[in-house]
Design a protein around this ligand. Structure first.
Ligand code: NAP
Length: 336
């Protein structure tokens, strides 16, 4: 299969039009199967996916070790085309808790040293702090990554979940290739200010949660039992009345998808792809069958009538419930 390509902003690398988000292979969505996860990374590389996204705090290094293993066991030609996008900065504790963010320059260098080792690579393609550290000016954090770029340990600088003002300050410090941020039919908050600012600054978007963490994949049922360590067990959108409302939206999407002969997940991913050439959706597949389904979105063409139908089925503010629990919403510079 031929995967189309997109470029991350005006200064970033050319990447596959869909990236693979590897978070769910280690953390946050309950247990995952390691062998199947590695096979999914291999299948993605085989299908032409070049962008792999991870975070050093996904399973406290587990995700980076898993990607390192998958890269080492992949054919050399595939491995060499892989581009690694790595988030850092989230502080964890041994019982799995979250303890804030650290964007101090010395911490940036320390995080990078460990990530390079765990991934088994000599450079990281895109490096970004997962959440703005409120105690450290963004110029200092980005400046520290820029020094890593100068030394060859990092190729490009990205950002994650920041608002328009922070984007501008960061872009005035060093070239920023992309902003990683939640964007889907259920999370359209970036459309008002953040996306226009990114476009003005030549910064691309890597969109995560394009399936709203599985909620709008078409596979999520109201009766699904979630493990205590599954993010969705605490996510407002997956609770009670909110969940019922949101799953009704999925049924409206299913009707449109059915008429087009595609799956709900493919319709949802194709919608994000249709928002602009500067947007690269990350799909969070952790099984080969889910990956194959998501990649099928690349062949879905949405015409004006389709887009109107989708907009009517799921208007911009249709989702019930915030995209994060309140405590985590407070960490989002993008929501200020
Ligand atoms: N910068 C940030 O703050 C941030 C935050 C979150 C994520 N991310 C990155 O973005 C990536 C994607 O995010 P996400 O995993 O939340 O996004 P997602 O793609 O919206 O959700 C992925 C989940 O959807 C379910 N799913 C059902 N059908 C699927 C299909 N055909 N393809 C893929 N998934 C399907 C899977 O759950 P089941 O396996 O349980 O069915 C999967 O774990 C992450 O892996 C991570 O790298 C970044």
């Amino acid at each position: 299969m031929t995967t189309r390509t997109r470029t991350l902003g005006t200064t970033g690398p050319q990447v596959s039009a869909l990236g693979l988000g590897c978070m769910g292979m280690s953390a946050l969505y309950g247990d995952a199967d390691r062998t199947e996860s590695v096979a999914t990374v291999h299948a993605a590389l085989e299908a032409g996916v070049t962008l792999l996204d991870t975070g050093d705090f996904y399973g406290m290094g587990h995700n980076e070790l898993l990607i390192g293993e998958a890269l080492r066991s992949a054919p050399a030609a595939r491995r060499e085309r892989a581009l690694l996008s790595v988030k850092f900065g989230a502080l964890r504790d041994p019982d799995g808790g979250w303890a804030g963010y650290d964007g101090r320059p010395a911490a940036v260098r320390n995080f990078a040293a460990y990530s390079l080792q765990r991934l088994g690579v000599d450079h990281i393609d895109v490096y970004r702090i997962a959440r703005l550290d409120p105690d450290v000016p963004v110029e200092e954090t980005v400046g520290a990554i820029a020094e890593l770029v100068e030394k060859g340990y990092v190729r490009h600088i990205g950002l994650s979940e920041v608002g328009a003002e922070t984007l501008r300050r960061a872009a005035a410090t060093a070239p920023i290739c992309d902003l990683q941020i939640e964007y889907s039919l259920l999370s359209r908050g970036i459309e008002a200010e953040i996306l226009p600012a990114a476009r003005e600054l030549g910064i691309g978007i890597t969109a995560y949660g394009v399936l709203s963490r599985g909620l709008i994949s078409g596979h999520f049922g109201a009766g699904r039992q979630l493990a205590a360590n599954d993010f969705r067990a605490l996510s407002p959108r997956f609770q009670g009345e909110n969940l019922r409302h949101n799953l009704d939206l999925v049924e409206a999407l299913r009707a449109i998808a059915g008429r087009k002969g595609v799956s709900v997940a493919q319709l949802a991913v194709a919608w994000v792809l249709s928002r602009g050439e500067d947007i690269v959706p990350l799909v969070g597949a952790r099984r080969r069958d889910r990956l194959a389904e998501a990649l099928g979105a690349l062949d879905v063409v949405l015409d004006e009538a389709d887009l109107r139908a989708v907009e009517e089925a799921v208007p911009a503010d249709a989702a019930a419930g915030d995209r994060y629990p309140a405590q985590q919403m407070a960490h989002l510079d993008s929501e200020r």
